[in-house]
Design a protein. Structure first.
Length: 94
């Protein structure tokens, strides 16, 4: 029984780590640069600052895929999306 608990706890820890890796690997400086050059013409930083990176990534991916209506076509790589999401999620709304 104890071994099962240890295995379940280890699996849960690994799953949590795997979910956070894209955000940890993201480059917030690159995300800021992309946001400033691609997004800031229409979106203010405060609109998305502090939101969870996973939610922002999901939204950006759906815009890039064309499944979410957006004013202009976005062509961002997965790395770009992760970088922008990390930048926005760590930003403070002014």
């Amino acid at each position: 029984m104890r071994t099962t608990r240890i295995i379940v706890a280890a699996a849960a820890s690994l799953a949590a780590l795997a979910v956070s890796l894209p955000v940890l690997a993201a480059d917030t400086a690159a995300g800021k640069k992309i946001f400033d050059s691609v997004c800031a013409d229409c979106h203010e930083l405060k609109d998305n600052a502090g939101k969870p990176a996973a939610d922002l990534e999901k939204t950006l991916k759906s815009i890039v895929a064309g499944t979410t209506k957006h004013k202009k076509k976005l062509t961002l790589s997965d790395a770009d999306i992760s970088n922008v999401a990390a930048y926005l999620s760590g930003a403070k709304a002014n």
